[in-house]
Design a protein around this ligand. Structure first.
Ligand code: MTE
Ligand code: HPA
Ligand code: MOS
Length: 762
């Protein structure tokens, strides 16, 4: 049989693009609903902490159009939605622990009736003390999960030998996901005593499992279907389950279809965000600027329930040293329980927080030593053979290569000279440059989650249907799944249709997350398509009597010649011969493991590297800033879909820059969300993005564990955005060398202005 691996992967853009720009793409709220679908409205806690002393729904329940009002007492199964730990009730019982916590669900014939009912509910809460600060929570012993420490070498002894030691505090704020499509679910009873739910979720199985638990039903009675998401960014990895459970409960109780799509302000108020962290660092260097020792302690602001916080905490530790080879490391992380909505997954999953702290430590050291940070960064990049603090020995590292290429291709020396010249001739405008290297581990850190399945049918007319556990949320995974099927079957992409993600067709899915969706699901599609290809080729070989048969580029090849057969004819014959034209594929990442008792192992299939150079300009009268350029060398492997991957790098970068510079999730001391609308929460718009973004891919094949050697790309580029923080900082110090540097993100214009005119000299 002829090798098909020489055939290029069919390249095409994102098949969703046309639907998006013409408005034909279907999101949850576009799905046609049944007649008499009920309207749902959540009453959520108005305060962050308190005892419910009175809850009277009598008069609300009698309002015309109100069907029922559901509380904790109405949950037939377990009143529990906690994914990792069972610490989060669906409906509050007795006490509320964060503003926005669900208390009850109003089920009504119309949205107006539901609103009227909400106003008529009598709720009284005796306030209790509110803690919003993670260090305060830690001091009180309020932890969500056990603290963890990753260690390498002997930092204590190593600090004794350091020529320079610097320590300080670094803090980062939260980040609102601001998916364009809010959370939501639409549920209806099915004939066999089950419930079908359309959900805007990254984790269809998580929604299915949660509903089964809430209703006290086996999972096989719950079917979850996902068309696509208008963005998830981690916010719908775990937190879509709430909305699914509420809609399913209403459908179960009433026997009717029910739909719940929260208002944007309610979504903002009720859902968790990226975790703010407050961290201590201590960094020690020798006279050659080698980092000999690093110590960090992270106080993660977890919110009122665990949600995914323990896993996110773990990833902070995995990325504590970013792309630096440090012989002696000790990193400890505490997951602190506060009275905020449970914070959750957000692109990078704790990695960005860990990386910000070490970058702050390096910047601190450089500033104190009077040198640019990149001199320290460059001297300490990881190389093959280095053992990360968690035990994985690195191979195929691209840290130095992407760094060197960025320096050379983008002519850093020239950029630095230009900045110096500019700063010498401008008094009230200053420029600053920062380099940001990244090293991000690919795989769910929970080894068990690194598995996926796919179901492929070739219909008797030759058309192909592919189902996977992957959820399309704008990241282009559907395009990649189609490419895999097309290449493996040897046919044109237009023959292939990607189905919705459905728990009935593909079971036990891991959420589409950890940047691993294409790798995991794509390899499962590969497995299924290979099985079908083998069966089809056997029929062809038997028919032609030739051992040399293949299907490539939509042609049927026999003895290395294009035959007269068409794909349709061949499939028809296979069907006539009663060949199995369906296959289920399965993939489980090999080689990975992690031992939590020792905190050592080989958790990642591989790492993604890259280097970004950011050039910022600060207006030293106003404190405002702009970005002239961000130039990136990204380690994408053999990028299998260049358009999609470039989009991910650009989008991730901007999202990271937003987190580091302008996005400010403000809660007041009472735990109330002040940045509760788009008027008070600002994300980057067309005016905030850099004037220029240059993305070059390091054109080197990725490892075997990457799908077609095309490396995962979803999350890593977000961390390029950390460079924006330090580029601004460097512009500030160019204006005011004695500024009092604090490493507190985001670097909003207000903070820039204060820093421009602050002084570290008393
Ligand atoms: N890109 C878009 N357009 N929308 C999204 O919601 N989510 C990000 C990233 N890129 C997201 C996105 C996050 S948090 C992850 S983990 C990955 O995509 C998930 O998809 P992947 O595994 O296919 O990369
Ligand atoms: N990344 C993203 N999501 C996750 C992970 C992870 O490592 N583990 C569990 N959910
Ligand atoms: Mo992404 S934070 O792993 O959904």
């Amino acid at each position: 049989m002829k090798q098909t691996s020489s055939v290029p992967i069919p390249s095409f853009g994102n098949p969703d693009a046309i639907g998006h720009v013409t408005g034909r793409s279907l999101y949850l709220d576009d799905l046609p609903v049944m007649q008499e679908t009920l309207s749902l409205l959540v009453l959520d806690a108005p305060v962050a902490h308190g005892k419910i002393t009175r809850l009277d729904i009598q008069s609300a329940a009698t309002i015309p159009g109100v069907v029922t009002i559901l509380t904790a007492q109405d949950v037939p199964g377990e009143n529990q939605i906690g994914g990792i730990l069972p610490d989060e009730p669906l409906f509050a019982e007795g006490e509320v622990h964060f503003q926005g916590q669900p208390i009850l669900l109003i089920v009504a014939e119309t949205a107006e009736a539901a609103e009227a009912a909400k106003k008529a509910i009598v709720l009284e809460i005796d306030p209790l003390p509110v803690v919003t600060d993670p260090r305060e929570a830690y001091a009180k012993g309020h932890l969500l999960s056990p603290s963890r420490t990753f260690k390498r070498g002997d930092p204590h002894a190593a600090f004794e030998k350091c020529a320079y030691i610097f320590s300080g505090i670094a803090e980062n704020g939260g980040q609102e996901h601001l998916y364009l499509e809010t959370q939501g679910a639409y549920a209806y009873p099915t004939e066999s005593g089950g419930i079908k739910v359309h959900s805007s979720t990254q984790g269809p199985t998580a929604v299915q499992r949660t509903i089964a638990r809430i209703l006290g039903l086996p999972m096989n009675r719950i079917e979850v279907d996902v068309t696509r998401l208008g963005g998830g960014f981690g916010g719908k990895e775990d937190q879509a389950s709430l909305w699914g459970a509420l809609a399913a409960l209403a459908a179960w109780k009433t026997g009717k279809s029910a739909k719940l799509v929260p208002h944007r302000m309610q979504d903002l108020r009720m859902t968790g965000k990226r975790h703010p962290y407050s961290s201590d660092y201590k960094i020690g260097l020798d006279t050659n600027l080698r980092i000999l020792a690093y110590e960090a302690t992270y106080y993660q602001n977890g919110g009122a329930a665990a949600d995914l916080s323990p896993a996110i905490l773990e990833r902070t530790l995995f990325h504590a040293t970013n792309s630096y080879a440090i012989p002696n490391v000790s990193a400890t992380a505490h997951s602190c329980k506060t009275h905020l909505p449970p914070n959750t997954a957000f692109r990078g999953f704790g990695g960005p927080q860990g990386m910000f702290v070490i970058e702050a430590a390096i910047h601190h050291a450089a500033t104190a030593l009077g040198i640019p940070a990149f001199e320290i960064q460059e001297k300490n990049l990881v190389q093959d053979g280095y053992e990360m603090p968690y035990g994985q020995v690195l191979s195929d590292t691209k840290a130095i290569e992407t760094w060197r290429n960025a320096r050379e291709e983008f002519d850093l020396d020239h950029m630095l000279k230009d900045v110096e010249a500019f700063n010498n001739t401008h008094h009230y405008r200053k420029k600053g440059i920062a380099i940001m290297p990244i090293c991000f581990g690919i795989s769910f850190t929970n080894t068990m989650m690194n598995q996926a399945r796919a179901l492929v049918h070739v219909y008797s007319d030759g058309s192909v249907s592919v189902s996977t556990g992957a959820v399309e949320m704008g990241q282009g995974v559907n395009a990649k799944m189609i490419q895999v099927a097309a290449k493996t079957l040897g046919i044109h992409t237009k023959r292939i249709r990607l189905e919705t993600t459905n728990t009935g067709r593909v079971a036990n899915t891991s959420p589409s997350a950890a940047s691993a969706t294409a790798d995991l699901n794509g390899k499962a599609v590969l497995d299924a398509c290979k099985q079908i290809r083998t069966r089809i080729l056997a029929v062809l070989a038997e028919m032609t009597g030739s051992g040399e048969v293949s299907i490539e580029n939509d042609y049927i090849w026999v003895n290395q010649n294009v035959s007269g057969w068409s794909w349709e004819q061949l499939i028809k014959i296979c069907h006539t011969k009663r060949t199995n034209l369906s296959a289920k594929g399965h993939y489980a990442t090999p080689e990975i493991h992690f031992d939590k008792t020792r905190e050592k192992g080989h958790p990642f299939a591989y790492h993604v590297y890259g280097t970004a150079i950011t050039l910022a300009e600060v207006d030293c009268i106003r404190g405002t800033y702009e970005f002239d350029t961000v130039k990136i060398i990204h380690d994408g492997g053999n990028s299998m879909n260049h358009m999609v991957d470039i989009g991910q790098v650009e989008g991730g970068l901007i999202q990271g820059m937003g987190w580091m510079t302008m996005e400010e999730v403000v809660y007041d001391q009472q735990g109330k969300l002040r940045a509760n609308a788009l008027s008070t929460y600002k994300i980057p718009d067309i005016y905030a993005v850099p004037r220029e973004i240059v993305v070059r891919f390091l054109d080197e094949a990725g490892p075997e564990l990457a799908l077609f050697k095309s490396k995962a790309v979803g999350e890593p580029p977000l961390m390029y955005g950390i460079g924006a923080y330090f580029a601004i900082t460097n512009a500030i110090t160019a204006f005011n060398p004695t500024t009092h540097l604090t490493y507190t993100a985001p670097m909003t214009p207000e903070k820039v202005l204060l820093a421009l005119y602050s002084s570290s000299i008393p």
